[in-house]
Design a protein around this ligand. Structure first.
Ligand code: PLP
Length: 387
């Protein structure tokens, strides 16, 4: 079983698709021009960026001019939220987000406190679903931004984005969506979703790390957070990462083209995994039972530390997570599970298994046959918590 890694942590990151690497290589080697230069080599670089922007726009159903390439998903969230907040200071100082966002959103909102902004953090139900009516009720005449994630990175719940977008539009409040976990997994039509800004991260859909996308609907004004040159239509200064941009667009296009083929297969594997894991005593599925990302199977086991399960799985060559990659290593229970109402006895014992296109039935079977024994052993070792 330990001959090759059984990688079940695709929500943390994915391997670069070889076709993406192939598309990127020329821009590390022969096509090394700066896109701002007017000679042929520079023009080639600019053409590569333009083509990439068109490809991304096609997937998002947007205009190419509405797409900005940035340095990661976190930067995209930061630019959307700070950029809108600082551009709207004369209109108001109130923002709305949810209590289960990624720290790239939560910590950005907290940071803005010191500049006089105030944020309302909406609750979620036991499945991590946000009630769109709560958004409508929280909007005041001071509200300058609503930011809600498309799908949760820990438990995979898909939020009612189109409905929240409809409410925001009726009240003329800009709406930002962190779609980092949704990118490449579910449709990203910004028109159907009624969103004004949308963030993506390339390494979540078999693209390069250190690349993000921010969609900004035409007419929305945001202040850039990096001062310098006028790259990305003045929204993000800095010489463009051409290879990264080409890789991002190629990866997003491939994910979109292959979604119809990949999704049913991954969903079937996910359901097989969920069914078998839930036969373990004192286990629970976390997140919405049906309205969840096709690749996300997340659980809680009562009375144990998720980290102990991870270590045992790692010894068997299985890569998994207890929640968001950014919080693993910390012993605080996940803010997402706490917001969903899980007690400390349950929330410490979380396990997130996120599938990818290379996973097989044999991978799933290997994990589900090992997991009951691991949980039993960890419980028997007295590594219990909160009891
Ligand atoms: N938003 C969500 C929902 C995420 O899951 C992540 C990464 O895990 C991010 C934002 C940050 O993306 P990046 O790692 O590209 O900065």
């Amino acid at each position: 079983m330990a001959e090759r890694t059984i990688y079940l942590d695709h929500a943390a990151t994915t391997a670069l698709d070889p076709r993406v690497l192939e598309a990127m290589i020329p821009y590390f080697t022969t096509e090394y021009g700066n896109a701002s230069s007017i000679y042929t080599l520079g023009r080639h670089a600019m053409q590569a960026i333009d083509r990439s922007r068109e490809q991304v726009a096609e997937v998002l159903h947007s205009r190419p001019t509405e797409i900005a390439f940035v340095g990661c998903g976190s930067e995209s969230d930061n630019l959307a939220i700070k950029g809108m907040a600082f551009a709207s200071q004369k209109k108001g100082n109130h923002m709305i987000t949810s209590s289960i966002e990624h720290h790239a959103v939560l910590h950005t909102c907290e940071y803005l406190d010191r500049f006089g902004f105030k944020t309302t953090y909406l609750p979620v139900d036991e499945y991590a679903s946000i009630n769109p009516d709560d958004v409508g009720r929280a909007i005041t005449d001071q509200t300058i931004l609503v930011s809600v994630m498309y799908a949760n990175n820990e438990v995979g719940t898909i939020e009612p984005i189109a409905e929240i977008g409809r409410i925001c539009r009726a009240k003329k409040v800009p709406f930002h969506v962190d779609a980092v976990q949704a990118g490449g997994a579910i449709p990203l039509d910004v028109v159907a979703l009624n969103v004004d800004m949308l963030s993506l991260s390339a390494h979540k859909f078999y693209g390069p790390k250190g690349m993000g996308i921010l969609y900004v609907r035409q007419g929305m004004r945001i202040l850039p957070q990096l001062q310098g040159g006028s790259q990305e239509r003045g929204r993000r200064a800095g010489t463009e990462n051409i290879a990264g941009i080409v890789g991002t667009a190629t990866a997003l296009r491939l994910a979109q083209e292959e979604m119809e083929l990949v999704t049913p297969r991954i969903t079937a594997l996910r359901d097989r995994l969920i069914e078998r894991v839930l036969t373990i005593p004192r286990s629970r599925l976390t997140g919405h039972p049906t309205n969840r990302l096709p690749n996300n199977a997340s659980f809680c086991f009562e009375g144990i530390e998720g980290e102990s399960i991870l270590l045992s799985l790692d010894m068997l060559g299985v890569a998994a997570s207890t929640g968001s990659a950014c919080t693993s290593g910390s012993i605080d229970p996940s803010h997402v599970l706490i917001a969903m109402g899980f007690s400390s006895e349950w929330s410490h014992g979380s396990l997130r298994l996120t599938l990818g296109k290379e996973n097989t039935e044999a991978d799933i079977d290997a994990v589900v046959s090992a997991l009951p024994g691991i949980v039993e052993k960890v419980r028997g070792l007295g590594l219990a918590v909160g009891v």
